[in-house]
Design a protein around this ligand. Sequence first.
Ligand code: FE2
Length: 342
Amino acid sequence: SNVSVYHHAGRLLSLGEVGLPYEISTTDLSTIGVHDFGGRITGNVTAHPKIDPATGYLHFFGYEFAEPFLMYYVADASGALVHAEGVGVGASTMIHDFAITDRDVVFWEMPVLFDLELAVQMVSEPASDVMPFVWTPSYGSRIGIMPLGGPASEIRWVEIDNCYVFHGVNAFRDGDDVVIDVCRLAKVFDGSSLGPPPALHRWRVNTAGASLTFADEVLSDRPADLPNIDRRHVGREYRHSWRVEVTDSPDTVDLLGVVHYDARTGREQRWDPGAGRGSGEWLFVPRGDGEGDGFLLSYVYDAATDRSELVVLDAQDVRAGPLATVPLPQRVPYGFHAAFVV
Ligand SMILES: [Fe+2]
């Protein structure tokens, strides 16, 4: 469970997308054990659950390798599972993230299909370095909109051009439109390359008619991913988001610094930690009540010294550079997602 950590209902959960969460101690980070919501979940749990800021409910899902392929779950503010149901999809596709609004659940299903033979090879021949997912354009890509809390029988889908999205930034209602901001890749896992870098897109799905309609707008083509927002605005109209700038290197993706996107002005500001230095995800930590009033935290690794430091930026003024840096006694390996627990 190495993808993310999430704090909900007093529990700190380590999440890995495939498999169940592990609960870890908030005092010493020791492993408490598998958390299966009282035995009610036996399948996979996404590393990107969403907490509805109005209710404290945890909305999440898991994609499965057998029917029903996609499960939707809700836990109440005490952490008790109150809803679990299958969502009708046609195959086992890799779904890394989803979104909620104040009244909708948003899934995006894209043509990265689970391959059992490759999975067997991955386990039996670890050196083969294969992933059990295959880019399968004929499967198509689609967005599903269903009522928050279910039922999944009311989900409606709209077909879109093939692409892949690991991470949504946020989603919200604008009248009959569901607005979904995402870090969009043209393709992934196609065996030839890592593919073109992710760009920030704004999707609009109009729900007024008998069929959903879809519109796609590029907000920023600056290559960046691992988005963060002020999570007090999950599912609500929002202004600020922060992504990690990325650049291609021969066989991997190098992480640079942070890009702050202001949805009101369309402007971006960036901070680059400098040559040979790269950051992980930038985690927003609130200071005041206003959206985006707070700090950004990330570990910055310096290849020349093989050391890491914790860097603190003003979320509203990333260009100004660090407000504080905390040297660390050893390197912190690059990871995916973080949590700040008070
Ligand atoms: Fe992720």
